[in-house]
Design a binder for this molecule. Structure first.
Ligand SMILES: [Zn+2]
Length: 89
């Protein structure tokens, strides 16, 4: 092994160790943040949040052309029940 090979190997090893360290640190930062968020959250269901989600879902259902479009956010439609006039299905 030449000196250049040893230098290249040391550089590669150092770079890999930095990348591994960065990944481990990122994992710990993310788990610490999610743990802190979970601790700060009040226990039990959140009625206001559930009511908001239900209101949004009902509004999406009321304004959609068919149930399939409401469920798939407009990506798909049920040709048998869709009220959309410009259907190309
Ligand atoms: Zn539809």
């Amino acid at each position: 092994m030449t000196l250049a090979d040893a230098y290249a190997l040391a550089t590669l090893t150092g770079t890999l160790m930095l990348a591994v360290g960065w990944c481990i640190g990122r994992y710990h930062r993310r788990t610490d943040a999610s743990r802190a968020e979970r601790v700060a959250r009040p226990p039990g269901p959140h009625p206001a949040a559930v009511a908001d989600e239900l209101a949004l879902a009902l509004a999406a259902l009321a304004t959609s052309c068919c149930l399939t479009a409401a469920v798939t956010a407009g990506a798909e439609h049920d040709p048998a029940h869709c009220t959309r006039k410009d259907q190309t299905l």
